[in-house]
Design a protein around this ligand. Sequence first.
Ligand code: GDG
Length: 465
Amino acid sequence: MDIGKSSFVVVANRLPVDRVTPRDGPTSWRRSPGGLVTALAPVMRSFDGAWVGWTGSRDDAPAPFSTDEMDLIAVPLSAEEIALYYEGFSNATLWPLYHDVIVAPEYHREWWEAYRRVNERFARAAADVADHGAIVFVQDYQLQLVPNILRQLRPDLKIGFFLHIPFPPGELFAQLPWRRQILEGLLGADLVGFQREGAADNFIGLAERYTDATAGDRQVVTADGRTVLARSFPISIDVSEITQLVSDPDVQARSDRIRSEVGSPKHILLGVDRLDYTKGIGHRLKAFDELLAGADVTPDEAVMVQVATPSRERVEAYQTLRDDIELQVGRMNGEYGTIGQPAVHYLHSSYERAELVSLLRAADVMVVTPLRDGMNLVAKEYVAARTDLGGALVLSEFAGAADELSDGAFLVNPHDIDGLKRALLAAMRLDAAEATQRMKLLRERVLGNDITRWAQNFLDTLRAV
Ligand code: GDG
């Protein structure tokens, strides 16, 4: 297939498609669910867009192909590179370092070398497909060196970068042996976007401290005289996807059935997270455990449903976390459960969107308690699903979403277990009028800034710099 040059190029660790391999018949590709690709699809269509990324399988290098009106350019990774660049440097160095060192980051020179090498490969692939003067939009922590490598290869391009996770304060970032290289990598962009203002401030301060750049207000000027804009662009969700699912009679019926299947309790508390140590799953279980232990609620009054989507299962910290959480759930169910009625419905599985939205609709209290989170889309999805203005949101102040949702949510510090217990009780005991009032405030915020608006804001700002 003939793949030409593109005037809009997205570079991300993963391609926005999954391979479908039927037993008989040729391989095809299906668009993976996700707000980012949904938001960028219209831009892709109008600008002959290309997406550069990894397929998710080792040594997989299909020739460039087109699907859904965008060109897809696969960047191959060997098994060793997956271990060193992806599981190692991305998910066992940067991920914990950028999330407040909740687990200790590991620093290994061979991981860094692989990260550098793989970033270069992504940058070259983008340079090859980008038309003269194209816009290139680079995504996330796995590819922080791409902006600068790309700038060297192709000074004609307009380069934007968005970090989906937090950018840490100087006290933590300073640990990174390659802190200067990472900052210089990002400074190759014209626009660097973050989830929160604080993250942009951290970046500007650190760029000034560890590179030759000088800092102005919301701007950094690099040694070569270029201006880099650093700002927050709080990401959001595809509201229309959720609204459509919620209005589906099957989803409504499924939601009612979920309620009865968990024993029609007065309160269903729900958590939906990738099984990740940043999400504070253990903290919320502990708070619920203590509420049951102190008889603040009884097991037939309140049940917790926790969806824990399998994630990064080859990284050691994730294996330990799984053991810890499953021990905790097992203990709670042994203590408070009865036949056919566990206190915690723990689901280590991934679900269809429709099932997820049915769960959101069935939940009286959505419990989102990360210890640190760039944004947290689940909190916003819950709000979008409550077209009935029902339900309550308990939300960690350490999630980026707290900046926008503080008016209607019950904000908590998840480390403060007594505070978390009080918030859970208050959310369960909320009267209908106040619940409606709070949900209206939440919905105003979420519906007023959806993913399309986010993409438009970012790209408009990038075009203008
Ligand atoms: C990173 C940042 C930032 C979850 N389980 C299933 C499923 N999900 C969907 C959720 C939601 C998404 O996955 C998870 O997004 P989050 O924002 O909650 O968390 P991360 O995965 O950590 O995302 C985060 C985000 O990037 C965007 O910038 O908000 O802070 O860490 O949409 O609904 N979807 C399906 N089945 C599941 O079982 N289909």
